[in-house]
Design a protein around this ligand. Structure first.
Ligand code: FE2
Ligand code: FE2
Length: 446
């Protein structure tokens, strides 16, 4: 199936959300309602020419539209209407008339309570034949757990800001779920760590570090209970930043010495919070305290220990990897391969050299999310590594031989591909204006 550009979809989502939102402010028939409704209709019918049927749905709090997921709250009204009606998904089909569309939006907005089956009957009764209520394809449990983890970190940090001590059990619950999925399919979970949400950096960063740390722990053969402790620490490793002040955390310019000293307090602040949390095991607070200490102990804070705990070094490696591969106010992100090379230069100083080797091995020669050029001149993103031969992963080809962006990305399994097809180099995603996370999040693996 063709994968549409996210921007095209957003141009339809905006008026679609507007047509629901405006109903709260204007009476029926008001031009503001009719105009946005018409705009939404025109854009959706245009999309249907290229993608038919067109799916609109939700996975928990993530809005899904035409094979893309939308994490930002701009489209809250659509999400709320779907949630209120208990609808997982809706598909629009080619041939959709304006009357059908507008009538469907009426139903979506109305106060009447419909069961999903009743809703289906109502659509038929009103002759809305080009809109179908459907369930989302299965297989999104990874994305679902990811989103739940983001929500948990967000909630935990909010609680701390309000002076409420978070509950260890609530955080542990999601850590356990994450651990199970990492054990089930490490690559699928590592692929999700390419989700880099600029606006929610601290939350997605914490989740990414937790996934990578659990995966690295498993790579080292640690048991579940150790993985849970590492995951818990990783998910909460930066909660001390709640005590630093948002103006400093989000400052786009270089930090002054004074501000930098404030940032350096976050491991201690985090440690103190975690220590106070009820039923917190003893190790996670220590890992949080030590996550910037470094293998050579030259980091911060200055504390009296002989050497950092090995689990702290796990979190340090994953923290460093996620931080340097993410766009932040003061830093351009690097692709996974460049990130790994940069980390190799930190071995023996910030990072434990042996552990780093295991980490690099785990990510493979070409980690999931790397944009690569093939010897056929095609360019694609690695979506799955091959544990038997790390030079032959599965690539989603995005640009064809002549450099033209494909309307429909093609999956290419290099272990099955015509002989001689090989990766020649990694490519900077920014130079191609590619958000690799998007290609890994898409539904149905199209
Ligand atoms: Fe940190
Ligand atoms: Fe961090």
């Amino acid at each position: 199936m063709e994968v549409l550009n996210k921007e095209v979809l957003e141009r339809a989502l905006r008026p679609l959300n507007g047509s629901l939102k405006n109903r709260r402010f204007y009476p029926p028939g008001h031009p503001s309602i009719t105009n946005t409704l018409k705009d939404a209709y025109n854009r959706i019918t245009a999309i249907l020419e290229r993608e038919n049927p067109l799916l609109l749905g939700r996975v928990n709090d993530i809005l899904v539209f035409g094979h893309h997921s939308f994490l930002d709250p701009t489209y809250r009204d659509i999400l709320e209407c779907l949630q209120r009606r208990g609808i997982e998904g809706v598909s629009f089909a080619k041939g959709l008339t304006f009357e059908e569309f507008s009538s469907f939006i009426d139903i979506l907005y109305s106060d009447r309570d419909f069961e999903v089956d009743e809703l289906r009957r109502e659509l038929i009764k009103r002759s809305i034949l080009h809109v179908t209520i459907r369930f989302l394809p299965v297989g999104n449990k990874y994305l679902e757990v990811y989103q739940r983890a983001v929500d948990t970190v967000k909630k935990t940090m909010e609680e701390i800001r309000l002076g409420v001590l978070p509950k260890t059990e609530a955080v542990m619950e999601i850590v356990e779920d994450m651990t199970e999925l990492v054990l089930e399919d490490k690559n699928a979970m590592i692929g999700l760590t390419m989700i880099k949400d600029y606006d929610n950096y601290l939350f997605t960063h914490s989740v990414n570090v937790a996934i990578l740390s659990i995966a690295l722990g498993d790579e080292l053969g640690l048991d579940r209970s150790s993985l849970h402790q590492i995951g818990l620490a990783a998910l909460l490793h930066d909660i001390g930043k709640t005590g630093v002040g948002e103006d400093i955390i989000k400052k786009p310019d270089r930090l002054s010495d004074e501000e930098w000293e404030r940032i350096k307090e976050h491991p201690i602040i985090g440690f103190r919070i975690m220590e106070k949390m009820e039923s917190m095991p003893s190790l996670p607070p220590r890992i949080t305290l030590e996550h910037h200490l470094g293998y050579d102990m030259k980091g911060y804070p200055r504390i009296e220990v002989n050497k950092p705990h090995p689990y702290s070094m796990i979190v340090t490696i994953c923290d460093t990897y996620d931080a340097i591969t993410t766009l932040r106010p003061y830093q351009r992100p690097v692709d996974p391969l460049t990130g790994i090379n940069r980390m190799k230069s930190m071995a023996n100083r910030l990072l434990d050299p042996e552990l780093l080797k295991t980490f690099v091995n785990m990510l493979g020669l070409y980690p999931v999310g790397t944009l690569v050029r093939l010897n056929t001149n095609e360019i694609g993103v690695i979506v799955k590594v091959n544990p038997l031969d790390n030079t032959k992963p599965v690539v989603k080809v995005i640009f064809d031989r002549s450099g033209k962006r494909l309307k429909k990305p093609q999956l290419l399994d290099l272990s099955l591909a015509r002989s001689g097809v090989a990766i020649v180099a990694s490519v900077d995603p920014l130079s191609k204006n590619i958000d690799v996370g998007e290609y890994l999040k898409e539904m149905e693996g199209s």
